[in-house]
Design a protein around this ligand. Structure first.
Ligand SMILES: Cc1cc2nc3c(=O)[nH]c(=O)nc-3n(C[C@H](O)[C@H](O)[C@H](O)COP(=O)(O)OP(=O)(O)OC[C@H]3O[C@@H](n4cnc5c(N)ncnc54)[C@H](O)[C@@H]3O)c2cc1C
Ligand code: FES
Length: 287
């Protein structure tokens, strides 16, 4: 499926808030009723700070949360890293941000007994709305979409250390069973346990769920997504990944965002912004 920006709109809108929610991690809210009414889990927005020209080009930020009750707000969560995110981090409520979207294909709702979401670091952002939709607590999109399609949602969430874990309360409130893995063993309650990779946490969840029909969704650093894709393939479990290839235009024009899609023997470049960012993991040629 190709998702050109035919439902996207472009706005410049004041920030409602821009709060620190974890180490180097902020959640920003803006009012965008038209976007909030049509966005679906896994889609993204191209965001700029209109107060400056560096960077000139926007950055893709995934939908984190949106009101579907008519109040029309959208939340994005970002890691303060380079040019755009450092400049966004300085903004106070009332400052304008430029936003285009929603963009990309998003996740397809698929009935499953157990949805397992696997995130590395800031790769967690596409999963709060997906969990809400899968558990049936919120519906998204203008066109009717399935909701309540999973009876159980697990969230394997890996980070460098516990201070980077963001939005745990929100994921818990959405009904997710949390499985935290940190590189240094730190835990959200301040204690220390064994350092663990998020893939180890995924294997534990899968071992405990062998009798269940499972589906995996994954987002994070590429080596981690490749490892998750391998686990899914070995266990013959369907897995969708949301790629985070750098993007310049976000609407299919520039080909900066391509990924190799197909088989080792027969692949083609596909644009992550319009043919993705969500792809079946079996269709990705990782190297
Ligand atoms: C579909 C999609 C969804 C995404 N969703 C999110 C999201 O929800 N939240 C989020 O935080 N990010 C998300 N991203 C990533 C986001 O688009 C940006 O890439 C990221 O925020 C960094 O942007 P930046 O301008 O702050 O950093 P940039 O300035 O673009 O820098 C990126 C990296 O390059 C390094 N760098 C910059 N300049 C130099 C230099 N001169 N020499 C060497 N290294 C350099 C920086 O240190 C940094 O590590 C998403 C990406 C995609 C494609
Ligand atoms: S970002 Fe320009 S084609 Fe995808």
């Amino acid at each position: 499926m190709t998702c050109f920006a035919d439902t996207a709109t472009s706005i410049v809108t004041p920030l409602v808030h821009n709060q620190t929610i974890a180490q180097d991690t902020k959640r920003m809210r803006f009012h965008a009723p038209e976007m909030a009414a049509c966005v679906i889990p896994g889609q993204f927005f191209m965001v700029r700070n209109p107060a400056g020209n560096d960077p000139l080009i926007g950055r893709a930020l995934a939908l984190y949360d949106a009101a579907q009750d008519g109040s029309g707000w959208i939340d994005l969560v970002y890691l303060v890293k380079g040019k755009l995110t450092s400049s966004l981090a300085q903004l106070h409520p009332g400052a304008p941000v430029s936003v285009w979207g929603p963009l990309g294909n998003g996740f397809t709702p698929k009935t499953t007994e157990h949805l397992i979401m696997v995130a590395g670091g800031i790769g967690q952002t596409p999963f709060l709305t997906l969990a809400k939709e899968a558990m049936g607590s919120q519906a998204f999109g203008k066109q009717p979409r399935a909701s309540g399609y999973a009876s159980k949602v697990s969230f394997c969430y890996g980070a460098r250390k516990a201070s980077y874990l963001a939005g745990l309360d929100q994921f818990e409130s959405a009904g997710c069973r949390l499985h935290i893995a940190t590189d240094d063993g730190s835990r959200p309650d301040g204690s220390t346990a064994q350092p663990q990779l998020v893939t180890e946490s995924l294997l534990q969840v899968l071992d405990a769920s062998q009798a269940e029909n499972c589906r995996i969704v994954c987002c994070g650093p590429e080596p981690m997504m490749e490892a998750v894709a391998q686990i899914a393939e070995q266990r013959n479990i369907e897995c969708d990944v949301s790629l985070e290839t750098p993007m310049a235009c976000g609407i299919g024009l520039c080909f900066t965002c391509v990924a190799k899609i197909g088989t080792e023997a027969d692949w083609d470049y596909k644009r992550t912004c319009v043919e993705g960012p969500v792809f079946d993991s079996r269709s990705i040629v990782w190297h």
